[in-house]
Ligand binder design. Sequence first.
Ligand code: UD1
Ligand code: CA
Length: 463
Amino acid sequence: MTARHVLVLAAGKGTRMRSSRPKVLHRLAGCPLVEHVLRAADPLAAASTTLVVGHQAEAVERELAVSRGALGFVRQERQLGTAHAVLQAEPMLAGQRGTLIVLTGDAPLVSPGTAQALAETHERTGAAATVLTATLERPYGYGRIVRRGGRLAEVVEEADATPAQRALREVNSGIYAFDLAPLFAALRAVPEAGPKRERYLPGILRRYREQGLDVETVVAAADEIRGINSRHELAEAGALMRHRKNEEMMAAGVTIVDPATAYVDVDVDVGPDTVIHPGVILEGRTSIGARCELHAGVRIVNSVVGDDVTVNNHSVIIDAEVASAARVGPFAHIRPGSTVGAEAKVGNFVELKKATLGAGAKAGHLSYVGDAAVGAGANIGAGTITCNFDGAVKHRTTIGEDVFVGSGTQLVAPVTVERGAYVAAGSCITDDVPADALALARARQVNKPERAAALRNKIADSE
Ligand code: UD1
Ligand code: CA
């Protein structure tokens, strides 16, 4: 088999994004644009994968070093055009033979199958270059494919095109397969063009054709080749990416009530018979089990949710775990480092932070449970607060199994309530409570007979 190498162009500034971030790091359905591109290239089984970086190179390298260990980088210090960008990889690829697949860091919708088809057609025909093209309704901004006798003759950029050429709807995707043998010599011969004296990669195609070398094309679906140059295009690509993800999930047995408002990142897993209601947002590396019900307005980020879980409206779950058959919300906030046990309940306006709720434990209403471990079967009454912060450091609260904490209790950490204990409503607990004890920590009530009526009369007189 022909050796394959992959090169991704990602040195440009992305001026039209009007951003302080490099364009290829802008996110689409949870991943940087360039990560989508790299994933499309994964099945090519390339001998090397290299990214050409330049504008904010360190930021791009840093981000990808985390997710992509085996990736190589070359620097293009000045962005003198796409042909110049490919030339920067010459030292890396010196002496190599075979196919170079060039992808563009800002075209994230290309599918692995299309990248594969490009490589295979290129290798089968033995062409010097193969261009991925597509026919667009609105070709504005793309290089147009000019054919003569049915064969590609050249690519003309928007700015250089005649009115007749602008009417052509077949465009250059910026994605190519090249035979490495003639490539770098030919790139060096591409003339500088335009006011910025750039060297354009498509220039090589015209040169090959003039030399009588074979240039093939592979036609892709229009949506796959979209380049992202502006926030508008980023949003459009985001909608397409979501559409794909939704179709994939529905095919796998997930119900999506309104796909137009389901925002599910590409790396999210959702089990069969789970129902996603309108306006649900599932981000990052989130996994949702089977038969869950995610109600409107729920946002779940980098979290693991078991089977048969109900998350009621407008709950937020971040970097947390929710075990099977638990019930969450409405309006619950489960913050990083929290674990909700099987069949546990986190109800209305309850906030958890670095808190573990054992199986079947309940915190039904209006509570803050932070830096705490709550045992299985415990009941946290309405309005209970773990006072975890003394102004300088955080302290832990430990609540044993089957503890009953009455409503309106403050637990001043560090404090432990041992298993089976009962804390009377309205208590302010500052000392540990032994197992099975009853803790009362509130002022004793005094009733003064008839005093309410007397008080009312006094107020009336003074008016
Ligand atoms: C390019 C193509 C155009 C094609 C379109 C598809 C050229 C001259 N034009 O235009 O025919 O229809 O893509 O989306 O190639 N880059 C570098 N170094 C540079 C310049 C660019 O690495 O010096 C990178 C950019 O980061 C980007 C990619 O190359 O990822 C394409 O550059 P961009 O400026 O977006 O080219 P387009 O104008 O979109
Ligand atoms: Ca572009």
